[in-house]
Design a protein. Structure first.
Length: 173
């Protein structure tokens, strides 16, 4: 069975569905906040050109999901599955961002729970690549059970910390 990169996932707080080109305006309204990208290595995603590139890559990836607040039906951010490796039984979750009004735990927590539950139907390990200066993301991964296991270059060649959550660890959370 091959990995389903773009499922529809529903929780009490968050719904995730495949990103589509019509989502650009609503997602940019969130991404235009420069504080979202403050600790990210690509800091210009709040600018129209930087976001256009990011959004185009997200659509082309075939694994991007848009996050919607189930209570208000408003777009609140996005995330992505990437790099499914059948032999290693691994997939990456990343490129996650949320509107600042949704920072602090429960929305990101549920979003990642939904994505992890889905991923563990196909793999035994999920990895997250995080820039060394991105302390917010490192702390958020700790809250959901992520463990730093090393470092490696990301797809752009930047040094990143590797966090992972295994299926057995997830089952105990």
């Amino acid at each position: 069975m091959s990995f389903d990169y773009q499922p529809v996932l529903k929780g009490d707080l968050v719904e995730l569905r495949p990103l589509c080109s019509e989502d650009c305006g609503q997602l940019y309204a969130i991404a235009s906040d420069p504080l979202i990208w403050e600790q990210h290595p690509v800091k210009n995603r709040h600018e129209p050109g930087g976001f256009k590139l990011f959004f185009g890559e997200a659509l082309a990836s075939g694994g991007a999901l848009i996050a919607i607040d189930t209570g208000t039906q408003r777009v609140i951010g996005s995330s992505r599955f990437h790099g499914y490796d059948k032999e290693r039984s691994e997939v990456e979750i990343g490129w996650t961002f949320l509107a600042r009004s949704y920072w602090g735990g429960i929305y990101n927590g549920e979003m990642k729970q939904l994505m992890l539950r889905h991923a563990f139907r196909f793999v035994s390990c999920v990895v997250f690549l995080v820039a060394p200066q991105n302390l917010r993301s490192q702390q958020a991964l700790g809250k959901i059970g992520g463990v730093r296991v090393g470092s490696r270059a990301d797809g752009s060649g930047r040094d990143s910390y590797v966090y992972q959550i295994t299926a057995s660890t997830f089952a105990q959370l």
